[in-house]
Design a binder for this molecule. Structure first.
Ligand SMILES: [Zn+2]
Ligand SMILES: [Zn+2]
Length: 381
């Protein structure tokens, strides 16, 4: 579908249907090297649209190069970031300028940086619409990302203001415009998220608000999809059978983890109660505190109760299965994820003998533990 009509160091020119997409490399705008690069898994599920506000619109290539340098300087030297924040910026000259590119975590939309392409439409678009050629380049760039496997074909498009409070970005007029674009969604699926695609599931996920969670002290974003699911039991508190008991159990665990252990929040990604509901802990996209060495690449699910001798009730186990499946369907968990019990990755009897026997029969359970808590690391395969 695309043919490279030139592939110079500085720009690549790609014919996309009837129009040509010119992508200026970092060398092409004389970018400073980034301080650090954090790789981002592709394809990403989100595209976030920004305007620059300052610098104003640029209509010539030298003007747009200057705008790129201005933004990089602002982001690195004033904001203290590793690089210019955006994945790409698009100028009024109709060219796309490479910022962090397709596969590096950006700094443009907290909680979305590790799973989105952030595109800045250079200019102040509060009252005016960007020119036709600039908008066409944004469309072509997104399409190239989809066709090249950097962006999911079913991606969701948002304006910056939808995922962050206190910003008017990408400007009122441009925001009205992108509302008409394919894949725009007014349904915002934020991190502690209450509005997941439920598809065929009838799973009840209780938000943090529903169990009156305290605010976390700090939130560390975790890249999705993660390769591991780790199963725990709570041991204490014991099993809860009603929603009010399960809410109490959540609060008990959060207080224990924050006040006694000194952690930022309840340690688990989710907990599942005997009422058949899943309770949001740190959620899908935040590093947990439940299994050292796995916290930044796993979803930790606590099956509330003491499961050394007894098996959790059917509905509680079903919710654990559904929760994992939901995570896979929404790209928070890799389709080829590995499931472990806590005891496999740390010396502990968690998740209890009886529950551990049970999860050995579950899909994706593996005896083959890659990273040991004792510090011995097997080569990753
Ligand atoms: Zn923005
Ligand atoms: Zn555990």
């Amino acid at each position: 579908m695309y043919s490279f009509s030139s592939s110079l160091l500085e720009t690549s020119s790609i014919v996309a249907g009837s129009s040509e997409l010119v992508i200026v490399s970092r060398e092409g705008w004389h970018a400073l090297p980034p301080v650090e690069v954090d790789p981002m898994p592709n394809p990403v599920p989100y595209v976030i649209i920004h305007h620059s506000y300052i610098p104003p619109a640029c209509s010539t290539t030298p003007g747009c190069i200057e705008a790129m340098q201005f933004m990089q300087d602002l982001h690195m030297n004033t904001n203290g970031w590793n690089d210019i924040g955006y994945s790409f910026a698009v100028g009024g000259d109709g060219k796309a300028y490479t910022g962090r590119g397709w596969s590096a975590v950006g700094a443009h939309a907290p909680l979305y940086n590790n799973r989105s392409i952030g595109i800045c439409v250079i200019g102040d678009w509060r009252e005016e619409l960007p020119p036709e050629n600039q908008l066409e380049t944004v469309h072509n760039l997104i399409q190239l990302g989809v066709d090249s496997g950097y962006i999911r074909p079913d991606y969701i498009l948002h304006g910056h203001r939808q995922v962050r409070v206190n910003t008017e970005c990408p400007g009122d007029r441009l925001f009205e415009e992108i509302k008409t674009w394919p894949h725009f969604s007014s349904d915002v699926d934020a991190f502690y998220n209450d509005t997941l695609k439920k598809s065929a599931f009838t799973i009840d996920i209780e938000s943090r608000k529903a169990w009156h969670a305290r605010t976390p002290i700090e939130v560390e974003p975790m890249p999705n999809p993660v390769p591991y699911v780790i199963i725990h039991h709570s041991y204490r508190p014991p099993a809860c059978n009603t929603t009010s008991e399960c809410i109490e159990a959540m609060q008990f665990m959060q207080n224990l983890h924050m006040d006694t252990n000194g952690w930022n929040d309840v340690g688990y990604s989710f907990a599942v109660g005997g009422d058949g509901k899943a309770y949001t802990g740190r959620g899908w996209s935040t590093v947990g505190a439940h299994a050292p060495l796995y916290n930044n690449r796993s979803i930790g699910i606590c099956v509330i109760g003491d499961w050394r001798k007894e098996l959790p009730p059917e509905n509680q186990l079903k919710t654990v299965h559904d929760l994992i499946q939901l995570g896979v369907n929404n790209s928070y968990i890799r389709p080829d994820y590995i499931l472990h019990g806590h005891r496999q990755v740390r010396p502990t009897e968690c998740p209890g003998d009886r529950l551990f026997e049970e999860i050995k029969t579950w899909p994706h359970f593996s005896n083959d533990v890659k990273v040991y808590y004792n510090g011995t690391t097997k080569p990753k395969s």
